[in-house]
Design a protein around this ligand. Sequence first.
Ligand code: GDG
Length: 455
Amino acid sequence: MSRLIVISNRVSVPTADQPGTQGGLAVALTAALREADGIWFGWSGETGETGDLKFASYDGVTSATIDLPEQDVEEYYDGYANRTLWPLFHYRLDLAEFERDFQGGYERVNRVFGDVIGPHILPDDLIWVHDYHMIPLGWVLRQRGLTNRLGFFLHIPWPPTRLMTALPQHRRLVEALFAYDVLGFQSDEWLETFHDYVVREMDGSIGENGQVTVGGRTIRAIACPIGIDAQEFVASASSPSAIATHGRMVESSIGRSLIVGVDRLDYSKGLEERFNGYRRYLETRPDAHANVYLLQIAPPSRATVQNYQDIRAQLDALSGRINGAFADIDWVPLRYVNQGFPRDVLAGVYRAARVGLVTPLRDGMNLVAKEYIASQNPEDPGVLILSQFAGAASQLSNALLVNPYSPDDIADAIERALAMSLEERIARWKPMFENVRDQDVIWWRKRFTNSLMRV
Ligand code: GDG
């Protein structure tokens, strides 16, 4: 059996003293690597001289990391990854910054990764590179003479061609993808927009079975939606800590229905629009006051980037205004919490919530939607309200799908969710649960690696 080598920007394996506040990638990959005898390479998250790889093992997962000099972090991570590609790929051309230094730093760090990881690769290893931070890495490894099977998975959306072409040297970036043998996207929609770019901008062609050909080189591009560790989530939803949390939530809500949102604090998650939708609900349904409350958990992320400081300040102000306008002496409509919680606590919160409110403006997939579904009590499940612009919407089509830009849509969906009969709740939840259970993280990993092994 070939070893599996995973390479991504960060290697944030959970540890005993750091109960998961990791992003979706970490949550998914830890489970995947534990199954295959893998090594996970990436940046340590520390600044310093690059130096040698540091190897560590925890809970069945081996990791190997390097530090990066401050300038690299600024240009590659804060810069090109988070200030150029992230906003652009999430349709936010207005927030994207195009700096030559960012691109230079990005390419430099990818070369460094190729240099330090290359010597640790065995001829038969399957190499699986993750996400927008590492697009050129496959090309770099090929330059170093590697002939291994190389796969790349994009966790975020692929933008429409006309947005993509606003990126200086966009073609150089996309050409690098052709060093891989297999490309994975979260949904058919992102795969189609990739096809569109290839046809329009590269004079390429799309063949049978996911084949994509440009200038004589043929690779495979597939839709391969990421899943969650569903079994673990189902188990953690009935763990002692989840049950205690559930009790705490029910007690503190005194008969009120809980609506929950859980997101990294990021402008792509549509938090401002969600708060405005909730405000619309409160404005237009005064008789519903004091029967509901919204708990929004939003651990801050990427706090060194100005746009993230801005969105945080806007949300602080908006949540204050909503509570100022609607709170009563014994009721607060919005509990807004900027901190992360252990996963089993989160599972208890999901289970106690009558409504899961997941309304990103754009999202590659969105794992929170799946975690909410996995955590429900089968006899009395809650209702998922989901953005039509999340990759998850195509798999979770029995959710109440909303346009996250429309406060009226969100307000209507909240009303409908709270009034929904038990029968309808079960009928909607069940097929979604089956999807989350069957197309879980192991299914995802196998689908991708099987495709890679066939190369
Ligand atoms: C990227 C793509 C794609 C959040 N708060 C806490 C906490 N979390 C966990 C959630 C979930 C994960 O973080 C977030 O995953 P998402 O998928 O929702 O979003 P991104 O971080 O933007 O992830 C996304 C994903 O990659 C995977 O491919 O789905 O589209 O943007 O698992 O539970 N976990 C804990 N406490 C918290 O307070 N323990």
